[in-house]
Design a protein around this ligand. Sequence first.
Ligand code: GLC
Length: 515
Amino acid sequence: MSEHWWRDAVIYQVYPRSFADADGDGMGDLEGIRSRIPYLAALGVDAVWLSPCFASPQKDAGYDVSDYRRIDPRFGDLDDFDRMLADAHAAGIRLIVDLVPNHTSSEHAWFQAALAAAPGSPERERYHFRDVVDPEVPPNNWQSIFGGPAWTKTDDGKQWYLHLFDASQPDLNWDNPEVHAEFQSVLRFWLDRGVDGFRIDVAHGMVKADGLPDTGGDGTIEMIGTTQAPFFDQDGVHDIYRSWRPIIEEYDGDRIFVAEAWTDSAERRSLYLRPDELHQAFNFDLVLAPFSAADFRKAIDSEIANNAGVGAPCTWVLSNHDVQRHVTRYGGGELGLARAKAATQLLLSLPGVVYVYQGEELGLNEVLDLPAEVREDPTFFRTGGAQIGRDGCRVPLPWTREGSSFGFGANGSWLPQPADWGALSAEAEDGVPGSTLEFYRSAIALRKAHKATGLTWLADPGEDAFAFDNGALVAVVNFGAEPVPVAGYGTEVLLASSPITDGLLPGGSTAWFNK
Ligand code: GLC
């Protein structure tokens, strides 16, 4: 239907350290990803978003980049990257890399140079340094998203530096033209290598309010579900994207930017999607929404209305590497899985783009019982364990029923997998009717054959249920516990996430009917 691939694509997020480990060091790598491209092609995805694989001390799993033009040796090298990209393209899969422009690693050459230079030096001007007046009182009340203060003192105790995340992730100063020039050059470096676009990390965070004023309250801000803050969603950030758009347009191949922008409304989010800015912005409203018809409907209506206003596609997400997997969010076990499949099938019939997080196609649950000694997420450490952190959605994938780390790699995995994950492996589900993997494959294939052109709500089939016509099929979604009658919506069932019996769609299910 659409002239641009990215307006209705299915994009699969690969989290490199947990996808597939070819060299047996317990951590995934690019060669592992390359070896699984046939699996991604069989799943039917149009593109991969690859979380950061750049040189990094891995204090925040690669979201702390020490060299933006190098691959971390744990994952491989630039030749491996080129090979992986070539194979993906040969399989008809595009590749989006993850750009982290809000902060660098403290091991980045720029930050090391800043530490070696004097206060007030051009080197320090690339970051946010402030003089220490009172060693007990930081320059403002901002708190790190990962817990604790957002300011750390240099070793000599003379200056503070700002880090919205871990102390190993100093924030860049986007008032400095050198920072702009550097990131424009990094964009070109990867565009020249042939990538199909960038996911922009903390895309709403780069510009800080003048004078770095205190936030309201005690300075604590949650990234997820946040409201505007002096360091988030400042209007000035849009100038950066207006300067980036012409760069990507210079390249052929219809390449894109997708924003990770947490905003307090769909309306503010849509500003990132104006025609001279970015192409997509993740809609996290469904990540936050309870599993209910009213909440989903509200989020869907608001996204469609606001994105139509700027001519941008809706961009739907249920899971990623930062949030609890949706099987578990919806209650876990059989119920959680049934609801998760229903929600996924719903997403796949909405107009717009759908992101799939690795492992959701296997029905993986959040791993809630990882012992403290294996955890790596800085959130866990910076909150003294009060917040459990995000490791539970980052456990390496099971590929085979048996064997070391269920086929993830030859020598175990950096996080332990639950003992029962062999049954959720790709091998165990491949070709098995009714498996989650086969369900995803069918749903993605059917979505392509029945491309949504819009959304018209139909009469509700029941109290906690809704139905709509997307121009190509009719979808009925039952969020409630009781079955709802679906006879009036169509005769030919294209796909149902749980079987329809006697004209009734069970609770926690979605069905598609031919029009
Ligand atoms: C983004 C990433 C998250 C990371 C944070 C800091 O939210 O998705 O994983 O910890 O930014 O870079």
